[in-house]
Design a protein. Structure first.
Length: 473
């Protein structure tokens, strides 16, 4: 029994009104290295289960004032529920079948032999251990999946290739650039998870969220009494906390020049000093920094140190905006739908054609973060089944993306171009406006299929659906 691996000793509760049975089982199981508690009544057993969790419960079928079968479901409450073995002095086929139907792990007729009891205990605990390991593996898979970039577009594949390249150099500093909401921190986590530092911590801090003095204290830590309000015993900084792993400096472009100089020293010397300290401490971390600003331009303007920029810019990963990887929108949408739907406990099966059209046609200035928020909004509004266009946030305001190239108030012949192509482009534009860019309706009115209509929209450069520059949540 001692070969079983549990977080602490497996906990066993014996509920039986016979002193001899309780003490005999206690002695037997304690010799096997198990933690054992006993109760002489159903009430005492239930009270113990409320105080702490147990892996295995031996429950007598006949208890004073209580029927073991009626108490079985109560004893199996908890997360995860305890496995219950029924003890009975009057075993019948009917009792056994009923006990198993209600969730009992086994039924032992008293007095049970030592071999029989130990065989049941071993089987139950080994099965429980396998379930624990499976749960851990599933959690780990979900954790790793959460650090995978979702997408098949050429733009995101280039990012994935870049991540794989830099992952093989676990000490190289990386600069991740891109607009807000594109997933720069996710890229940093991917770099960490695929590198030799994946067994160490991943620690993130937003450089724009703290004042210069607070950010310095958070990064480097401080000695006792280093400043007013400092903890008496001092404090380790994130360079110490992230030892052996990765330190992610988000929004590095917002860091003050004085602190930039201290960060430069860490990158050069691979060591740091706590605030108020005189001793150099090793900085065994990989630095991954991110920014949505143009650091080169900031260097030229004198707002960012040139030497620090070149130290950070050893390897650059540029995350594309969502509009440059629009082919990934369906895949991302379904990924978020599955993720959020499971969290909410809803049976959401997908998107209607109109809803997916709306998602694909929108420009997403807030990038992947905005798309996820829109899907979350839809999951909240939609009771079950398919996400429809009505479940999505309202797209309002803003300037159409190229949609003002043609006067859409009427179909007229104007200017020198009076070709059929010019007339057709105005006709298509007018029908699209009249149907509020419902592709299915517009195609039906024009007497063409949806694919042909999409081709004409591109050929005539009609732009995207108007009045949809942002999502109002």
């Amino acid at each position: 029994m001692r070969t079983l691996s549990f977080p602490g000793l497996p906990r066993v509760l014996i509920v039986d009104d016979e002193d001899g049975v309780r003490e005999g089982l206690r002695t037997l199981l304690q010799r096997e290295g198990l933690h054992v508690e006993t109760a002489g009544s159903a009430e005492d057993g239930a009270r113990r289960l409320e105080l702490r969790s147990f892996d295995l419960v031996f429950l007598d079928l006949q208890l004073p004032g209580a029927d073991g079968l009626s108490m079985l479901e109560k004893f199996r409450r908890g997360v995860p529920p305890a496995d219950v073995v029924i003890l009975t002095g009057h075993g019948t086929v009917a009792n056994t079948v009923e006990a198993m139907r209600k969730g009992a792990a086994d039924v032992i007729e008293k007095p049970g032999s030592t071999d029989r009891i130990l065989a049941v205990v071993r089987r139950v605990l080994e099965t429980r251990q396998l379930k624990n390991e499976l749960t851990w593996l599933q959690d780990r898979v979900r954790e790793l999946t959460a650090t995978e970039l979702v997408g098949l577009s050429p733009a995101i594949r280039d990012v994935q290739t870049r991540i794989d390249q830099v992952a093989h150099a676990p000490d190289t500093t990386v600069l991740v650039t891109g607009q807000s909401g594109t997933g720069k921190e996710l890229v940093a986590r991917c770099i960490h998870e695929r590198s030799a530092r994946r067994h160490g911590p991943f620690v993130a801090i937003n450089c724009a969220a703290l004042t210069e003095s607070l950010l310095e204290a958070e990064l480097f830590g401080y000695e006792p009494g280093a400043f007013t309000g400092a903890q008496k015993d001092g404090k380790d900084g994130l360079f110490a906390v992230a030892a052996g792993g990765t330190l992610f400096l988000d929004e590095i472009g917002e860091m003050e020049p004085t602190l930039q100089a201290k960060l430069l020293r860490v990158l050069q010397e691979r060591s740091f000093r706590r605030v108020g300290g005189v001793q150099d401490l090793p900085a065994d971390v990989r630095i991954v920094a991110s920014t949505n600003r143009d650091l080169r331009q900031m260097v030229q303007q004198g707002n960012f140190r040139e030497d620090l920029f070149y130290r950070l810019n050893v390897m650059t990963v540029t995350v594309p905006p969502l509009r440059e990887r629009s082919a990934d929108i369906p895949l991302l949408s379904h990924f978020f739908l599955d993720q959020i739907g499971r969290q909410m406990g809803k049976a959401l099966s997908g998107f209607t054609e109109e809803a997916m059209e709306t998602l694909c046609e929108y420009g997403w200035p807030g990038n992947v973060r905005e798309l996820r928020n829109a899907i979350e909004h839809a999951c909240i509004v939609c009771p079950n089944g398919m996400i429809d266009e009505a479940h999505l946030p309202k797209f309002t305001g803003g300037t159409p993306d190229g949609s003002d190239r043609i006067d859409r108030g009427a179909v007229v012949l104007g200017g020198e171009d009076r070709s059929i192509r010019a007339l057709e482009s105005q006709l298509v534009a007018k029908v699209l406006d009249d149907t509020q860019w419902n592709i299915s309706k517009a195609a039906a009115i024009l007497g063409i299929n949806r694919t042909t209509l999409y081709n004409k929209i591109r050929a005539y450069e009609l732009g995207k659906r108007p009045l949809r520059a942002k999502v109002a949540l």
